[in-house]
Design a protein around this ligand. Structure first.
Ligand code: SF4
Length: 372
C-alpha cells in the first residue's frame, strides 16, 4: 500500500513540479493542544525557504519552524490562545447602558458609527463554520459561534436561522449566547433550545439603579437569571457583573446573595469597570474593589466567584445634578442619572421603553472623546 502511494506521488511531482503534495496535517483530526506545534507532512522533499514563505496564519502568530524528514513543524512562541470562539457582534441593543464597552455597535445606527455589514443567515453560517474549521480556528481551539452585541436577543429569528444553517453544514456546532437577559420567558425558552452555553450580564439588583444605569428594569433580568440557574444550569457559562465604583458597588452584595440563594456553586465573574461611553471620565474599578467583590461573594456563600479585567484606571466623579437628584432615592441612582443628564437624557427617572423622547434620544448619539 505504501509503495502504491509513493508511486502516485512520484507521478504527481513529475507532472506538477510546482505543486507540493500534502499527505496530512495536525489539524485533520480536529483540535490542537494549546502548547502544541502544528505540522504538515509532505509527500515529497520540499524546499525549506519556499515552504516557509508560503506558510501563513491569520492573524499572524510568531513562532519557529523545524523539519523532520518531510514534515514541517511550526511551534508558536507564546502558545496558542485558548478557549476561543468565532464571535458575531449583532448591532443594536434594548438597553442604553451608560458604561457600554461596545457603544459603537450597541447604539448603531443612531450614532452613525462605522456601518455594520448585513449578511444573509446562510452566508453568515457558512462563514462561521469556515472560520471555525480554518487552521487558525483549530489552532486556537475555537469551538463555538459566540453571539454578542449589542444584544443578540433583538435578532432572535435571524440567529435561529444562522444556527440552523450552520448545523446543516456541521451538525454539532456549538453556540454561545451573550445576553443582558432582558427578554420574555418565551424568548428565553427559544434561546435555550439552541444554545450550548450562555454568558449572562447582571448590572444591578434594584430596579432604580438598573433603570438609571441601563434605562430598563432589573425585574425580568433577575427572573430569567433564576430560570436559567434552576432549569438550564449546565448551559450557564457564567454570570458577569461589571463593578462600577459609586454606581453599582452597593448592588454587589444584593446580587451575590440573590445568586447564592439559588445555588452557591453558580459561576460568577466580576469585571473591572473601564471608563467608557457616557461614563468615559468616571473612575475605573480599583484592585481593592475587585478583591472586595470576590470577598463579598464568598461571604454570601458563593463558591465559584472570581474577577477579571484591567483595574486601576483613574478618573473623577461627576457632581450630582440638583434637578436630577429629586427623581431618584439612592445616591448611586442619582449619580448615574446625573451622567445620563449630562449626555442629553432629560427623562428622569430613566425608563427608555416608556420615554416619549426615545426616537430623538441624544444619549444614544453620544460620542465619547476617549475610551479605555
Ligand atoms: S432620553 Fe429617554 S430614551 Fe434616551 S436615555 Fe433618557 S430615558 Fe432613555
Amino acid at each position: 500500500m505504501a509503495g502504491l502511494v509513493s508511486e502516485v506521488y512520484s507521478e504527481t511531482i513529475e507532472y506538477y513540479p510546482d505543486r507540493p503534495s500534502v499527505i496530512r496535517t495536525s489539524m485533520d483530526d480536529g483540535e490542537v493542544g494549546v502548547d502544541s506545534s502544528v505540522w504538515i507532512e509532505f509527500g515529497n522533499p520540499m524546499d525549506d525557504a519556499t515552504v516557509r514563505s508560503s506558510f501563513a496564519i491569520e492573524p499572524q502568530v510568531d513562532g519557529s519552524f523545524a523539519w523532520m524528514n518531510s514534515t514541517l513543524y511550526f511551534t508558536p512562541a507564546d502558545g496558542w490562545e485558548d478557549g476561543e470562539s468565532y464571535t458575531v457582534f449583532m448591532a443594536g441593543c434594548n438597553f442604553k447602558c451608560l458604561h457600554c464597552q461596545n457603544w459603537t455597535i450597541s447604539q448603531y445606527p443612531d450614532n452613525n458609527c462605522k456601518p455594520c455589514r448585513y449578511a444573509e443567515p446562510a452566508d453568515l453560517a457558512e462563514e462561521c463554520i469556515r472560520q471555525l474549521n480554518s487552521t487558525y480556528g483549530k489552532a486556537m481551539r475555537a469551538d463555538r459561534i459566540f453571539f454578542s452585541g449589542g444584544e443578540p436577543t433583538i435578532h432572535l429569528p435571524f440567529i435561529e436561522k444562522v444556527v440552523n444553517d450552520a448545523r446543516k453544514i456541521k451538525p454539532k456546532t456549538r453556540v454561545n449566547f451573550d445576553t443582558n437577559g432582558y427578554m420574555t420567558e418565551k424568548s428565553l425558552q427559544r434561546i435555550l433550545d439552541f444554545t450550548t452555553s450562555i454568558t449572562y450580564d447582571l448590572k444591578a439588583y434594584r430596579d432604580e439603579i438598573h433603570l438609571a444605569l441601563t434605562g430598563a428594569y432589573a425585574t425580568p433580568v433577575l427572573r430569567n437569571a433564576e430560570f436559567i440557574a434552576r432549569h438550564a444550569k449546565d448551559k450557564l457559562w457564567e454570570y458577569r457583573i461589571v463593578a462600577i465604583p459609586k454606581i453599582n458597588e452597593g448592588e454587589i452584595q444584593l446580587l451575590a446573595e440573590f445568586i447564592a440563594a439559588i445555588d452557591h456553586t453558580l459561576p460568577v465573574c466580576f469585571l473591572a469597570y473601564r471608563p467608557n461611553f457616557v461614563l468615559e471620565n468616571h473612575i475605573g474599578a480599583t484592585l481593592e474593589l475587585m478583591d472586595r467583590c470576590v470577598e463579598i461573594a464568598e461571604q454570601s456563600g458563593l463558591k465559584n466567584a472570581y474577577w477579571s479585567g484591567h483595574a486601576g484606571i483613574s478618573g473623577k466623579i461627576l457632581d450630582i445634578d440638583l434637578e436630577v437628584k429629586q427623581s431618584y432615592r439612592s445616591k448611586q441612582a442619582q449619580l448615574a442619572g446625573s451622567y445620563a443628564q449630562a449626555a442629553g437624557c432629560r427623562t428622569h427617572p430613566r425608563n427608555c421603553s416608556m420615554c416619549l423622547s426615545n426616537s430623538k434620544c441624544k444619549l444614544k448619539r453620544y460620542i465619547p472623546q476617549k475610551s479605555t
